[in-house]
Design a protein around this ligand. Structure first.
Ligand code: NI
Length: 266
């Protein structure tokens, strides 16, 4: 594993806890970004993880014969070990320990590709809306674009302070239970005061599991590649029960493929 080369200062740590997000202009080198780009593109070109239930389309009904609009790969490092031993991962892990404490561990990764001229946004949501309601979570996400991220190609946007709220009511995108992606109810109201965070290649944003975030359409003629790493502390059973009805109503092709893949393993 590479040795960490970056470290947050007190002001950045305070800013993260206050706003629920942080912008890092450099967490790896442009050279590493270039290397990871080709690994990333290969994963999407081959639809890695499709049979295992790790490849999906976030915003459509995700039929097998469809070209995905907003393709996502879960656990890409399982299919591309080159994603593991990186400066990016080493730095993210060191920073995660600064923000969450020494117990923080790598909990998984995923990748969201926005092909050139994709009109679809990744709508406003809190990541914890996708999690299991029985557990209490404490986790952060590193969102590392593998090229520059701009307003034009769909950089990250956050609502400062939104991580202090509970998980808000969500729904499947377009209210279609066949779609895996979620969006928060009343986005215009809850996302007031959002801040767009363009970053150069080699940078990353960090957000808490409850921070409201969004990325816009990709209006550029290049792909917008986002590689996401999750770090968490051990989860605990929740004392006060809660329900996420938006998950209970979902009936997606992705669930079918994951269940079939689980069955194959059994
Ligand atoms: Ni998210």
């Amino acid at each position: 594993m590479d040795r960490p080369t970056v470290c947050l200062d007190d002001e950045q740590i305070e800013m993260f806890h206050r706003t629920g997000y942080l912008v890092l202009p450099a967490i790896t080198t442009p050279e590493e970004v270039e290397r990871l780009q080709s690994v990333y593109d290969q994963l999407f070109a081959t639809k890695a993880g499709r049979a295992q239930g790790d490849h999906l389309d976030l915003v459509t009904t995700d039929e097998d014969d469809q070209t995905p609009v907003l393709p996502q790969i879960l656990n890409p490092s399982k299919y591309a070990p080159a994603l593991v031993d990186t400066q990016l991962r080493a730095n993210a892990e060191a920073i995660a320990r600064q923000l969450l404490g020494p117990e923080a561990y790598f909990a998984g990764d995923h990748a969201i590709l926005k092909p050139p001229h994709t009109p679809a946004s990744t709508p406003w949501h809190q990541d914890e809306a996708y999690a299991q309601p029985e557990w209490d979570y404490n986790y952060i996400n590193f969102w590392a674009p593998l090229q520059e991220a701009t307003l034009e190609n769909g950089c990250m946007q956050f609502v400062p302070g939104s991580h202090r709220q509970e998980v808000l009511p969500h729904r499947p995108i377009g209210n279609d239970p066949r779609v895996i992606g979620l969006e928060v109810d009343e986005p215009e109201r809850v996302a007031a005061g959002a801040v767009a965070c363009p970053i150069p290649a080699g940078g990353a944003t960090i957000h808490h599991g409850r921070t409201l975030h969004y990325t816009g359409p990709n209006q550029s003629n290049q792909p917008r590649r986002a590689y996401i790493m999750i770090f968490e502390t051990p989860r605990k059973p929740r004392a006060t029960p809660r329900e996420f009805p938006w998950l209970a109503i979902q009936r997606t092709k992705w669930q079918e493929r994951s269940a079939a893949a689980q069955g194959d393993k059994a």
